[in-house]
Design a protein around this ligand. Structure first.
Ligand SMILES: Cc1cc2nc3c(=O)[nH]c(=O)nc-3n(C[C@H](O)[C@H](O)[C@H](O)COP(=O)(O)O)c2cc1C
Length: 181
C-alpha cells in the first residue's frame, strides 16, 4: 500500500502531526510505503499512484491559510513576545493552492486534518473542512472522518496530541485494510 501525506506548517505543529500520523500508519500496516512531504516540496504528481492521500494544514482565520495569513504568521514568528519559530520550508504556497492543481483521482481514498487553537470548533473554525471538500471534489473517497489536533496559545501541540495523531494514523490503516478475512 502506498500512502502520501502532504502537510503545510508555519511553526512546526502540523509537521509534527504529519510525522506522528506516518508513524501510526507504518506501525499498523507493515509494508506500507509512507511519504511525508511539505506542500512546498510536493509538486503536482506526488499523489499519483497513491492508495491514500492525507492532507493537513494549520487553521488560519477559520479555514485554510491564504498568502495574507501566512504573511501574518511570519510577523508572529518575528515577534519576540511570542516563542514561535518559522519552519524553514514554510515560505511558498499552502495546501489551498496545492489542492487547486491536484489531479483528479480515480479510486484513491483521502483524509483531511488540521491543527487549530483549543476553542470550541464553532469559534476556531477548522481547515480540515475545506481540505475534505477539495479532496472530495477531486475524486478522493473519505477513508475516515476529518480530524483536528490542538495547539496551545504559545504554539506547540497540546499534550497527548502526538499520540492521538498516531492513533488516527492506525485507524486510517485499519480502514484501508478492511476487516480480516
Ligand atoms: C494568521 C493566523 C490566523 C489564525 N487563525 C486561527 C483561527 O481562525 N482558528 C484557530 O483555531 N487557530 C488560528 N490560528 C492558529 C493556528 O491554527 C496555529 O498557529 C496552527 O495550528 C499552528 O500550526 P503550524 O505550527 O503547523 O503552523 C491562526 C494562526 C495564524 C498565524
Amino acid at each position: 500500500m502506498k500512502a502520501v501525506i502532504v502537510y503545510e506548517s508555519m511553526f512546526g505543529a502540523t509537521r509534527e502531526v504529519a510525522q506522528a500520523l506516518a508513524d501510526g500508519l507504518r506501525s499498523a500496516a507493515s509494508g506500507t510505503t509512507v511519504t511525508v512531504i511539505n506542500v512546498n516540496q510536493a509538486g503536482e504528481s506526488i499523489a499519483a499512484g497513491a492508495d491514500v492521500l492525507i492532507v493537513g494544514g494549520p487553521t488560519h482565520i477559520h479555514g485554510m491559510s491564504r498568502p495574507e495569513s501566512r504573511a501574518e504568521a511570519v510577523t508572529w514568528a518575528d515577534d519576540s513576545d511570542r516563542t514561535l519559530t518559522l519552519e524553514p520550508e514554510a515560505p511558498g504556497i499552502g495546501v489551498r493552492e496545492w489542492l487547486e492543481s491536484l489531479a483528479e483521482s480515480t479510486g484513491a481514498r483521502g483524509a483531511a486534518f488540521d491543527t487549530r487553537a483549543d476553542f470550541p470548533r464553532i469559534l476556531s473554525g477548522a481547515a480540515s473542512n475545506a481540505i475534505h471538500k477539495a479532496l472530495s471534489k477531486h475524486g478522493y473517497t473519505e477513508v475516515v472522518p476529518s480530524e483536528s489536533f490542538l495547539v496551545t496559545k504559545d504554539g506547540p501541540l497540546e499534550e497527548g496530541e502526538r499520540a492521538r495523531a498516531q492513533a488516527w494514523g492506525q485507524r486510517i490503516a485499519s480502514s484501508l485494510m478492511g476487516p480480516p478475512d
